[in-house]
Design a protein around this ligand. Structure first.
Ligand SMILES: [Zn+2]
Ligand SMILES: [Zn+2]
Length: 455
């Protein structure tokens, strides 16, 4: 992450001459008092061209709360040395700082407050943030989610996440927001709000939000990952949560692709074993060969109808469209609709439904259940990311149903069995030795977006 540090001296005051000055412009020059006895005037601009907003702050409190300000105002930077000298002079004539007018205080200009969203007013947001650095609360009620996310972006930008996290924890803001969500229903959240919660969860180290919101994004997918999404489509200066920092964005995309690839493998497994000469019919009758062909035909018709399988000519190249872009729960639901086909009354247990349903339930339990899920475990992400992140791990060589019952080898309260299934290089779906390896042509590469339809 780049942290441009533009510690330049403040520009000459802009004359506010014209009578056409907007009320907003006049507002900009008013000083917001964070500490009445503060000894520093902070000018904050979003970019160079602005006059910026002014805040009266206490330099020592800022330094105690933020590594950024500690460096900026410390003896190693010119800015810090200049401020210290000015203050020394000021103190000789004014022992009581509260009596010194704001405009006489030494000032420091800060340009670039990090990737906050465009809509928020930086004036009030920055005032709230500075109040937190001075040890004030933001009130009993949690701030609106977007504000909270923007405050996190500021806290990250100015190296003060610990003090901000401590305040949020003390005020129980996140659990208060959860209580509100419960009454409104979680699924009603937009992608932006899910992303904001995930960013807050990661930056403030709140594992429940990391897990829930990463899971939602993996299952429902993101507009960002859809075919045809171009980087240029992104508006200039999009907020930090629109492209999650670190490797989180890649990890989420990677997990989704791994789950989709697994479901695809399950589908292809049955198409391939019913297409093979190996008898699938459960009866030893004369009609067994016909039963297999009948099941194969029904299966292909069903999978075509729900849109998870299509025939593609190998003679010419296909178009470059993406794979499934919808909600994974919906995909599993569609597959579960498979009817019970029977060639005649004798062949009751020969079809796809009876054989695929338990496996679909297993996959579903790995995607979303109370003990296993595909969300990012906040604790493991924090403590052992290198060995925990899917996008950084080697694939499991072989997955069998026995693997699914294995418990995790570390102390996390969650079992992380889903990774073994979804990252497997080979899967033994039915235990009859017919391994699903058809789909091994890499449908995605770590960190890369898929370029062609996976089936
Ligand atoms: Zn049969
Ligand atoms: Zn864990």
């Amino acid at each position: 992450m780049t942290r441009p540090s533009l510690f330049g001296s403040p520009p000459p005051p802009v004359p506010t001459a014209s009578s056409s000055a907007t009320p907003e412009k006049q507002n900009e020059s008013a000083v917001t008092v964070i500490a009445p006895d503060g000894d520093l005037l902070l000018r904050v601009k979003e970019d160079e061209g602005q006059e910026g907003f002014l805040y009266r702050v206490d330099a020592s409190r800022l330094r105690g709360a933020s590594t950024y300000f500690d460096n900026l105002l410390g003896p190693t930077f010119n800015e810090g040395v200049r401020v210290a000298k000015q203050l020394e002079k000021l103190r000789i004539c004014n022992p009581r700082m509260i009596e010194v007018p704001a405009e006489s205080l030494p000032d420091v200009t800060i340009v670039d407050v990090g990737r906050i969203s465009r809509v928020s007013s930086i004036k009030f947001l920055m005032a709230d943030f500075l109040r937190v650095l001075h040890g004030s609360s933001l009130g009993k009620e949690p701030p609106p989610l977007t504000n909270l996310a923007n405050l996190c972006v500021l806290a990250d930008r100015f190296d003060s996440l610990p003090i901000f996290a401590a305040l949020v924890q003390k005020q129980k803001y996140l659990s208060l927001i959860d209580m509100k969500i419960k009454t409104k229903g979680f699924s009603a959240s937009t992608e932006e709000r899910i992303r904001q919660r995930l960013l807050i969860g990661v930056l403030l180290d709140y594992p429940p939000w990391v897990r829930q919101n990463s899971k939602r994004l993996i299952i429902q997918g993101s507009g960002r990952w859809k075919a045809g999404f171009e980087e240029e489509q992104e508006e200039e200066g999009a907020a930090l949560w629109t492209d999650l920092p670190g490797i989180i964005e890649d990890e989420l995309f990677f997990r989704r692709q791994a789950v989709l690839e697994t479901i695809s493998s399950l589908q292809l497994h049955f198409v391939s074993i019913y297409s093979s000469t190996q008898r699938q019919c459960k009866l030893g009758y004369d009609s067994s060969a016909q039963c297999d062909l009948y099941q194969l035909g029904q299966m292909i018709r069903f999978l075509g109808k729900i849109g998870t399988l299509r025939f593609e000519s190998r003679i010419s190249r296909s178009d470059g469209t993406n794979g499934y872009e919808g909600d994974i729960s919906k995909l599993l639901d569609n597959l579960r609709q498979c009817p019970e086909y029977q060639i005649d009354q004798n062949h009751a247990h020969c079809g796809l439904r009876e054989r695929m349903l338990p496996l679909l339930l297993l996959v579903h339990s790995m995607v979303d259940s109370s003990t296993n899920d595909i969300g990012i475990c906040g604790e493991c992400w924090r403590d052992r990311r290198g060995s925990y992140a899917w996008s950084l791990s080697k694939p499991t060589v072989m997955w069998t149903k026995g693997n699914a019952l294995r418990t995790s080898e570390h102390n996390c309260r969650l079992r992380h069995a889903p990774r073994d299934l979804f990252m497997a290089a080979q899967r033994d779906w039915t235990g009859d030795g017919a391994m699903e390896t058809l789909n091994r042509t890499p449908m995605f590469l770590p960190g890369k977006r898929p370029e062609s339809r996976p089936w």
